[in-house]
Design a protein around this ligand. Sequence first.
Ligand code: 9MR
Length: 375
Amino acid sequence: MMNKIAKLSLITFSVCCFLSCNENKAKQETTKETTTLKDAFKDNFQIGVAINQHQINESDTTSAKLIANEFSSLSPENNLKWMYIHPQPDVFNFEQPDKYVALGNKHNMQVVGHTLVWHSQLGEWVNQIKDSTEMIAHLENHINTIVSRYKGKIDDWDVVNEALNEDGTLRESIFLEILGEGYLERAYKLAAKADPDAALAYNDYNLTKPEKREGAIRLVKQLQAAGAKIDGIGMQGHWSLNGPSIEEIEESIIAYSELGIKVMITELDITVLPNPWDLEGAEVSQNFEGSEKMNPYPEGLPDSVQVQLAERYEEIFKLFLKHEDKIDRVTFWGLNDGNSWLNNWPIDGRTNYPLLFDRNQNAKMAYDRIVALKK
Ligand code: 9MR
């Protein structure tokens, strides 16, 4: 028989247990509610987002809150590109870039500069340059002016973007045509001189493909041999539900990190739509323009594909966590599905679902799955 004191202790113990269990449960629920992407991965890598002009101007409060709460790194989707920031030889347009940088600094985020030297979205006047002296002067002015203005405020620069062909050779561009291969070294040296503390990266897509990967490795090694500062390689991460394989991504992360530089996943999004180039025959994109076959989910993503997307993100993030020592940041190319460039490429006017937030700014299953990896 239990005496009175023992009974009382048991009751007290049970009540305490009940309270503390409930408290724990409540704590867990609170954690679930308040966990954000940047908190979940804070010990692993930065979580970034590319933002458009609308978002730089904070015109929508829901987007503004999501950006500030969920992400620790910012990239400008378009506003720092040559055609916007340096539209004429003597004209620099800093209004939007200044706002972008101020927004990132206000929230103590890592601020990325994208991009200084790229063959695309270039001021038209640059394509008219005929002579190397003139080109060197403009390149110097472009890099010095922009990087110096944001010295200590932009942390990472994509100095050169997409300089490679798919076979790993250097892409034809006005810079290559006029200055030869040396334009790369020149660009990195100019950027390092203007802000010695900024991290400098080379950024490109399809960097998981063996031939292009070899080209990128050659490019980085040449820069290193020339004494140029190169701190990281940006693997853009415009991927699909089926490719590249986890093995290809992993081999690439390892290969780049063996160069002694950081790996950044700079433009992550996963298309769920059919790719016209995977179909047989050439020129199909024309024929399928606007067809139901190429735009299968205009009214919403079926659950089965939502699950596939979530699983794909989950396996990719598992890999990133496995190699967290090599990865500096993972940046999504857009905040929500409605913002994504993939609604208009490679076919205009489709409805794609490549990101972690849906068109109503709600977190998708993919979001839950990757955050759950950290619980
Ligand atoms: O997302 C950008 C889109 O709004 C622009 O129209 C497009 C123009 O080329 O550039 C997109 O961003 C690109 C990035 O700057 C570099 N890598 C490929 C991205 C997708 O095209």
